[in-house]
Design a protein around this ligand. Structure first.
Ligand SMILES: Cc1cc2nc3c(=O)[nH]c(=O)nc-3n(C[C@H](O)[C@H](O)[C@H](O)COP(=O)(O)O)c2cc1C
Length: 391
């Protein structure tokens, strides 16, 4: 049975579990007597056993000081692990000192940070051994704020005025190597895997986009060549982390600009990314944090893009997931396999447990006011700021 686009409840249950190559024979899905709702069925990403289909999408914390995370940041991860989510993806971590968005961004660009990073998986696993945590690794490219903005060419990302410097091939190779080393540090620190940040106009996203990447060397041109940077990262990382450490990616399904990735070109690009060796694709897009997302409205807003995919690896759909009933209906159609949440878990880290236990409302309390992200932009710790009306 192909893993892609399962059409039935049974296929949803086996798709992200025992049907994956190399793990046949595992009894997974819904154990006898357990919650029969699909989003609470067990799942798998590469060798990672996940207790449900709910994923905390990467959410930058603004909690890094010197060589470690503040107590506030560590508490955030404790709350998430306690809150019942199956997989936590951390906020983006800088793979290079040059390529950071701010001094508050978590760093994974040097071995001296491994000790500080270790506290994140430690607190998650100590809180709940069944909760998994993956480090998101990133280079902010032309959105770098403390260092020089760089990109595949000098074309600014749509909607911004920052004209980046075009990277040389040698510099691209250095960045590839930095991602691979960051993946290795993530493993050393005790994370359960890494996710390459390939979305939202950051460096990898700008290489994947035909709008910003008009290079004529080995890193530009066809979808396969634009995906070359990811292929090289995965190859080099694999050498360092071994065969069993999961490598995921988050990518744009739509750059929201004429000439960028769009609903027509996304499936083929995602196919190239899968061939590059990533083991799960999280679907996001430009303008990822849409305001005033309402349940039953256009949520989740990238669903129609995810439905175009015919990948063999699991797909995580992120952006505007707010209602358990709506998600259960989507899951009932068999695809996508996992659902990512960022803002709802900023407001209610315990939302998965509330839903599972039937306590609380079937809708997330988050109203997508985006004060959390505005506070983040001002260097404030990431938390719900719905009552801070001046933000
Ligand atoms: C405060 C904040 C920080 C974020 N940081 C990241 C990040 O580090 N990496 C990333 O890929 N996406 C980041 N995102 C985007 C989310 O992962 C997600 O794609 C987006 O918020 C849409 O999902 P939602 O509707 O569940 O919030 C951030 C979003 C918010 C609100």
């Amino acid at each position: 049975m192909p893993f892609s686009i399962p059409n039935t409840r049974r296929e949803f249950l086996t798709a992200a579990t025992g049907a994956l190559p190399g793990i046949a024979g595992l009894t997974m899905g819904i154990p006898p007597g357990a919650d029969s709702r699909l989003i609470f069925s067990e799942g798998r990403i590469a060798g990672l056993h996940l207790r449900n289909r709910l994923v905390r999408s990467a959410t930058a914390e603004n909690a890094w000081r010197d060589a470690g995370m503040t107590e506030e940041g560590i508490s955030l991860y404790r709350d998430l692990a306690e809150g019942g989510v199956g997989l936590i993806i951390t906020g983006y971590m800088a793979v290079m000192a040059a390529g950071r968005s701010s001094d508050l961004q978590t760093r994974i660009d040097d071995d001296r940070f491994v000790a500080g990073l270790r506290r994140i998986p430690a607190v998650v696993h100590e809180t709940d051994r069944d909760c998994k945590v993956v480090a998101q690794i990133a280079h902010t490219g032309m959105q770098a704020r403390v260092t020089e903005p760089v990109g595949p060419t000098t074309t600014p990302w749509p909607g911004t005025k920052v004209k980046p410097r075009a990277l040389t091939e040698k510099e691209v190779r250095e960045i590839v190597s930095s991602f691979a080393q960051a993946a290795h540090r993530a493993r050393e620190a005790g994370f359960d895997g890494v996710q390459i940040h390939g979305a939202h106009g950051y460096l990898i996203s700008s290489f994947l986009s035909p709008y910003t990447n008009t290079r004529t060397d080995q890193y530009g041109g066809s979808a396969g060549k634009r995906a070359g940077i990811v292929r090289e990262i995965v190859e080099q990382a694999r050498e360092l982390v071994g065969p069993d450490f999961p490598i995921l990616i988050k990518m744009n399904c739509d750059d929201l600009v004429e000439g960028g990735v769009d609903i027509q070109s996304f499936p083929a690009l995602a196919g190239e990314i899968e061939r590059a060796g990533v083991q799960a694709v999280e679907v996001s897009g430009n303008n990822p944090v849409r305001e005033k997302t309402i349940a039953g409205g256009d949520q989740p807003y990238f669903l129609k893009y995810a439905q175009k995919l015919t990948l063999k690896v699991p797909v995580i759909l992120t952006g505007g997931n707010r209602s358990i009933e709506h998600l259960e209906r989507i899951a009932g159609a068999g695809f996508p396999h996992f659902f990512g949440f960022a803002r709802p878990l900023i407001r209610e880290p315990g939302l998965p447990a509330l839903w599972k236990e039937g306590r609380g409302a079937p809708e997330a309390a988050c109203i997508s006011c985006n004060r959390c992200i505005r506070g983040f932009g001002k260097g404030m710790f990431t938390r719900c700021r719905v009552t801070e009306l001046d933000l």
